[in-house]
Design a protein around this ligand. Structure first.
Ligand SMILES: [Zn+2]
Length: 436
């Protein structure tokens, strides 16, 4: 039995010790008095830092990652030019190329404390090169990261030759979820049909569903209502997700109100990707330029589960990124105006608990007896503090093993009239280790 000691847990007073028995959690109990308890095998002393279940990435494209500038930069910055650039790069894909890039970014995720990742994989490729490579990656990383793969038809289901057959073949080869891209299909009818095909495949193979849905600044793009209705009528409540949903940023008030009810009843999850979509959307607007994002605040208030995703890490759609969920949360707070104290906590949940719901992790997630021993230790006093100071975890524990350690970054400041001293950006009252 090993212990993570002196852990600060969200929603609980005081500090706690967490037992780890093999790759599972044991009991969680108030921290022992110094020198008072039996000599325990301390795995990590959290020293009053915030201990959280690991971060969860609900939406990334690992097959396209680390390709920004190949074979050319996305000069206009639009989603559409990004798809065209990727189509050129896709022609040169090899299995080793995909495995190397995806693995590198998964290493970044683990270092940042992300131990569950959902990656979309482009299956509009007759050779399914990226899919076979990613199935191999999923197997190789499973002792550290739980990787879900979504069959993503980047160039369409009905509008791409053999699109429906490729989607089904991906299901046969072992993806976790089926995707779609209805707003990209040539006609409205093809968009609806593509969702029907995706739901049919998901149901026949017992898979989850996660569609890129309405990622366009067109207020007429309303496929999320179709997705939600198919989910509800098909009994896929809680198992279906609409990602991006940026057209929502352009819907009028009356339709938005109607949509909130449809989505809440359907139990579908929404994933907002603020880094990528703040960059991609509004590219065809003169001023004023729309934000082009999911109605995060409104949908949360309506009882819809919403999570934040990274979407792209250095690819034709977003050229930056370090696979940091706290960076996504910070930008998401600014983009969706989640500045209330409870809303900032909610933004932290959107890269932890709420994202775990998107992946359907259930009892496979959370710090409780019997669950997989996955956690992060953040040198922070609260979720608010972790988001504000963008603290990388001091320790990441996966399946009971420490897989990443980050020493604190220290800046020494020489200030007029004062001796040189360290600056940690913490207010004096937040340094009190007894503060809960
Ligand atoms: Zn995406």
């Amino acid at each position: 039995m090993k212990l993570v000691t002196n852990a600060r847990l969200a929603g609980r007073d005081g500090l706690h010790d967490i037992e780890i028995d093999g790759d599972r959690f044991g009991r969680v109990a108030p921290a022992a008095e110094p020198g008072g308890g039996p000599a325990a095998d301390v795995l990590v002393d959290a020293a009053g830092g915030l201990v959280s279940p690991p971060f969860v990435e609900p939406h990334v494209h690992l097959d396209t990652t680390l390709t920004a500038g190949e074979p050319r930069w996305n000069a206009s910055g639009s989603l559409w030019e990004g798809i065209a650039v990727w189509s050129e790069r896709k022609a040169t894909l090899t299995r080793d190329d995909v495995i190397a890039r995806a693995t590198e970014v998964l290493r970044w995720y683990a270092a940042n404390g992300v131990l569950h990742v959902r990656s979309h994989v482009d299956v509009t490729d007759p050779g399914l090169v990226a899919l076979d490579a990613m199935l191999e990656v999923r197997e190789r990383v499973k002792d550290v990261i739980g990787l879900q793969l979504v069959a993503f038809p980047q160039e369409g289901v009905c509008s791409f030759d053999d699109g429906a057959e490729l989607l089904e073949e991906a299901a046969r080869r072992g993806v976790d979820a089926v995707g779609a891209i209805p707003h990209f299909e040539d006609t409205r009818e093809d968009g609806v049909r593509s969702l029907e095909i995706a739901f049919d495949v998901a149901q026949r193979y017992g898979l989850l569903l996660d569609a890129h849905c309405d990622e366009i600044d067109d207020e007429q793009s309303r496929f999320v209502e179709v997705l939600a209705t198919l989910a509800r009528r098909g009994g896929l409540q809680g198992r279906a997700t609409a990602s991006h949903t940026t057209a929502m940023g352009s819907y009028n008030g009356a339709y938005s109100y109607k949509l909130q009810r449809i989505l809440a009843r359907s139990g579908v999850n929404l994933v907002c990707n603020p880094l990528a979509n703040l960059c991609l959307q509004g590219r065809f607007d003169a001023h004023p330029k729309r934000r082009g994002l999911t109605q995060v605040k409104e949908m949360l208030a309506a009882g819809v589960n919403v999570a934040f995703g990274h979407d792209d890490v250095m690819d034709p759609w977003f050229p930056l990124g370090t696979a940091s969920p706290l960076q996504v949360a910070l930008v998401g707070i600014a983009a969706a105006q989640l500045t209330g104290a409870a809303e900032i906590d909610e933004a932290f949940a959107m890269v932890t608990d709420r994202a775990a719901r998107v992946l359907g992790l259930g009892d496979g997630y959370g710090i409780a007896p019997g669950r997989p021993a996955n956690l992060v230790v953040l040198p922070a006093s609260s979720p608010y503090d972790a988001v504000r100071r963008q603290t990388r975890p001091s320790h990441v524990i996966a399946r009971g093993r420490v897989v990443a350690e980050t020493p604190p970054a220290v800046t020494r400041l020489t200030w007029p009239g004062r001796a040189p001293e360290d600056v940690d950006f913490v207010r004096a009252r937040d340094r009190d280790p007894g503060r809960s």
